[in-house]
Design a protein around this ligand. Structure first.
Ligand SMILES: [Zn+2]
Length: 271
């Protein structure tokens, strides 16, 4: 009887040890997974261009219906849509980006942004940043100063997308300074706020361009995706996610805006 009790105690001891070992392994795996996920996370800064009614699939446009559906997705699933300024501050703070935090940006300044995207953003109270090419303001298909002023009063940040939308690394020092300094000045002359952000035309930039951006007084700059060898926390070359007509499926949109898509894409593109 005594021997049997001893045997059962030993068995219980063995089981307890096994439970502890399995527990430790599970906790270690969870910690490793969390570390890996935080390592590969890139803050989702969405990049839109045209929001139009044309039906052909292009990489640079979404339909008004799709845009409304995507914003409704953020609203219903309680995403934290923050301004670019807030996102830059979060990145600079190095405290980590809270889950479901996203930022919305638009390049080029099309009138269809005012017609179709702005009313939806206003409806949900979502902030966004519109990057404007200053020589095109008021030209056919581009927003005019009155429209930009209205946006500015309604939670929209206006940023520079340069004067002429040129490939910045190819420009002479003089022309580069003109594109970056003068576009900021022109926007600030017509609008009420300081212009703190710039978006590189076609994402093109290099060290010299970044240096002039800093000299011009910009607080951060948006690129497209400069690639896996570039840091995600370089606030003068922020990686953005191109949202296009192919993002029609909300599951795909959810993955794209999860913060892990940039890593997935970079791994996929490297193959
Ligand atoms: Zn552009």
């Amino acid at each position: 009887m005594k021997a049997l009790r001893g045997l059962m105690r030993d068995r219980r001891g063995l089981i307890n040890r096994k439970v502890v070992i399995i527990g430790v392994i599970v906790i270690a795996l969870v910690i490793a997974l969390r570390l890996f996920l935080s390592f590969i996370h890139v803050p989702p800064i969405l990049m839109y261009h045209s929001v139009d009614i044309f039906s052909e699939i292009t990489k640079l446009s979404v339909s008004p219906e799709l845009f409304a559906k995507q914003m409704d997705f953020f609203y219903r699933h309680k995403y934290n849509v923050v301004s670019l300024e807030e996102m830059v501050n979060l990145i600079k703070s190095r405290k980590g980006i809270p889950p479901k935090t996203v930022t919305i940006t638009f390049d080029d300044g099309y009138t269809n942004n005012y017609d179709f995207a702005y009313p939806v953003l206003k409806k949900y109270g979502f902030p966004a940043t519109f990057f404007i090419i200053t020589t095109l303001v008021g030209k056919p298909a581009y927003m005019d100063w009155d429209q930009l002023k209205e946006l500015e009063k309604n939670n929209i940040t206006i940023g520079s997308h340069t004067i002429d939308h040129q490939w910045l690394p190819n420009l002479s020092d003089k022309d580069l300074r003109r594109e970056l300094f003068d576009s900021k000045k022109v926007l600030e002359k017509h609008l009420n706020n300081e212009v703190k952000f710039v978006s590189y035309p076609v994402g093109a930039h290099d060290e010299r361009v970044q240096k002039v951006v800093k000299e011009a007084g910009y607080e951060a700059a948006c690129a497209t995706n400069p690639g896996p060898d570039k840091r995600w926390d370089d606030i003068y070359a922020l990686k953005r996610l191109r949202i296009s007509r192919s993002s029609t499926n909300m599951v795909i949109f959810w993955i794209e805006t999860s913060g892990y898509y940039t890593f997935i894409k970079e791994v996929r593109d490297e193959k």
